[in-house]
Design a protein around this ligand. Structure first.
Ligand code: GLC
Length: 555
């Protein structure tokens, strides 16, 4: 098992981290919503999978305007998910099993039910309570126009008007008012929150939207078309995104993390240009940052090679280790993405964003045609490649079962705010958040005893834990084997490319560990040595297309 030494201060550098989306993992009390006792009851499963840590998406009290990323109280547990005592029991069970816990912190915005926001609404314009957020007067003769024309990330304007006529900023849903990070009380309160959870045994934090936080709201607010393009390398002075002064906040957080032994860790969710990512990953800042480049890459050898090389260089620059992600709660599952044609929303044309699968989801999974077997075969190959890379591997619950996206969720079941705010044009992210199938049969396939808060498709039976756990060819068996072998082979954080045909990704890690992924039509020879794991069957000893193999040439 890879579950690591609990006192190692570098445990995170090459950890396998499994993301649990708590409302969809395991439902202990049978109300259709996953909960903390549900997670505790499945610690044995996580231990057998061999993960080093779990990252727990928000479990705080929330009206679920954005899947829990609208937090009412940062220092409590949603009653639907349990209590603080349940949290403590979960931490104890995870730690007993040698598994660390990373929790999500959402600092850019609170929910509109947070005590501070309620106080702000009750208080007058210009009052200290409003200073914790970005309230301001509107424009136009009677102030009935928003302060600027900025769009929100979920569609519609980024400003919402309150009854006394002022407007507040929300870069996401209106139920997620943005905090004012120039306010010392806001800064201080988050330090209290970080200590609150660290004192309860939390080992690390995933920082939501770390690339927003600080903002330049000085007049005049620039118009949206005049804002610098976020996809370009910014220089740290964009009014909203990826500002250099956010690093002051994180340096303060680092001091808190370092009060603990081992120091608490953090990973930034920073959707910024790759050239800017190292700032968040520096040891004096958050220490690690998500790299979403693989997750955004098409199934294409030269793209993968470039992404891997560039990110390993960037991690050297920051002194951190790289992170690798193929799926999470915000994107279409990679088994489905790779079964769609390449191009914008599966159009077949080359595209920057590539196989993102959004258009396919919007068509309820009808257009373009998904090739589910091909998608799964490639997903298994990609996951085995990911697990061979130096750095930490972040997995999303259900990918170890080879789950596909549930693209045909009925529209009246959708929960993602994107759906309403896009005028029903975008179905949103619910298709990867459907509760996990544990059993072949039963109410909600063993998720709980009282149904599931998002409907599960019938095909979940054949990809349930029960269906896969004793099948050596299942995706679950592949992940278990790969994680166990990885733990044995893992060494220094370095990788060397081996010269090979353009469609073959072949690299070595220290200790004679070779990883080969064949994206070309012609089967290829493996190096002489012991074949440790393959993502699919070899053909006459050769590595077929869309397959990965690990070979050890000397021990
Ligand atoms: C992050 C989360 C996403 C959420 C958003 C707003 O991007 O991953 O799920 O909707 O932040 O909090």
């Amino acid at each position: 098992m890879s579950n690591q030494d609990m006192s190692d201060r570098d445990w995170w550098r090459q950890a396998v981290v499994y993301q649990v989306y708590p409302r969809s993992f395991a439902d202990h009390d049978g109300d259709g919503v996953g909960d903390l006792p549900g997670i505790t009851s499945r610690v044995g499963y996580l231990k057998a999978l061999g993960v080093d840590a779990i990252w727990l998406s928000p479990f705080y009290p929330s009206a679920l305007a954005d899947g829990g990323y609208d937090v009412d109280d940062y220092r409590d547990v949603d009653p639907l998910l349990g209590t603080l005592a349940d949290f403590d029991a979960m931490v104890a069970a995870l730690h007993d099993a040698g598994i660390k816990l990373i929790i999500d912190i959402v600092p850019n915005h609170t929910s509109n039910r947070h005590r501070w926001f309620r106080e702000a609404l009750a208080a007058a314009p210009g009052s200290p309570a409003r200073e914790r957020y970005h309230f301001r007067d509107g424009t136009g003769p009677d102030g009935s126009e928003p302060p600027s024309d900025w769009p929100s990330m979920f569609g519609g304007p980024a400003w919402h008007r309150v009854p006394d006529g002022q407007w507040y900023l929300h870069l996401f849903a209106p139920e997620q008012p943005d905090l004012n990070w120039d306010n010392p009380e806001v800064r201080e309160d988050f330090l209290t929150t970080l200590r609150f959870w660290s004192d309860r045994g939390v080992d690390g934090f995933r920082i939501d939207v770390a690339h927003a936080l600080t903002k330049d709201m000085s007049d005049p607010l620039p118009s949206a078309p005049d804002l610098p393009d976020q996809q370009q390398p910014l220089v740290g002075d964009h009014p909203i995104w990826d500002r250099d002064d956010a690093q002051e906040v994180f340096r303060g957080w680092r001091k808190v993390f370092d009060e603990y032994d081992p120091p608490r860790t953090a990973v930034a969710e920073a959707w910024c240009h790759p050239s800017r990512r190292a700032r968040y990953a520096q040891p004096e800042s958050l220490g690690q940052a998500f790299n979403f480049d693989l997750l955004q890459a098409d199934w294409d050898a030269s793209t993968f090679r470039t992404v891997i090389t560039r990110n390993l260089e960037a991690s050297e620059e920051s002194g951190s280790s790289s992170t690798w992600v193929l799926s999470n709660h915000d994107v279409v599952r990679h088994a489905s993405r790779y079964g769609l044609p390449i191009g914008p929303n599966g159009s077949g044309a080359p595209a920057q964003l590539g196989q993102d699968g959004r258009g396919w989801v919007n068509s309820d999974g009808t257009t373009p045609q998904l090739d589910p077997e091909l998608g799964l075969q490639r997903a298994r190959a990609a996951s085995l490649l990911l697990l061979a890379l130096p750095g930490s591997a972040y997995l999303f619950q259900g990918e170890e079962l080879g789950l596909h996206e549930v693209a045909d969720l009925p529209h009246d079941a959708l929960q993602d705010p994107t759906y309403e705010r896009s005028g029903h044009q975008q179905k949103g992210r619910d298709g990867c958040r459907v509760p996990i199938p544990w059993n072949r049969e039963g109410s909600s396939f063993g998720f709980g005893t009282g149904g599931a808060h998002l409907p599960q498709p019938r095909w979940f039976a054949s990809v349930s834990v029960q269906a896969e756990q004793d099948d050596p060819s299942s995706t679950l068996s592949l992940y278990r084997a790969a994680i166990a072998v990885r733990a044995r082979l893992q060494g220094e954080e370095s990788l060397t490319w081996v010269d090979s045909a353009p469609n073959l990704l072949h690299f070595t890690r220290p200790g004679g560990w070779h990883c080969l992924t064949n994206l070309g039509a012609a089967p290829v020879d493996l190096p002489d040595g012991e074949v440790m794991v393959t993502s699919g069957p070899l053909r006459d000893g050769l590595l077929p297309q869309d397959t990965t193999a690990w070979v050890v040439t000397r021990r």
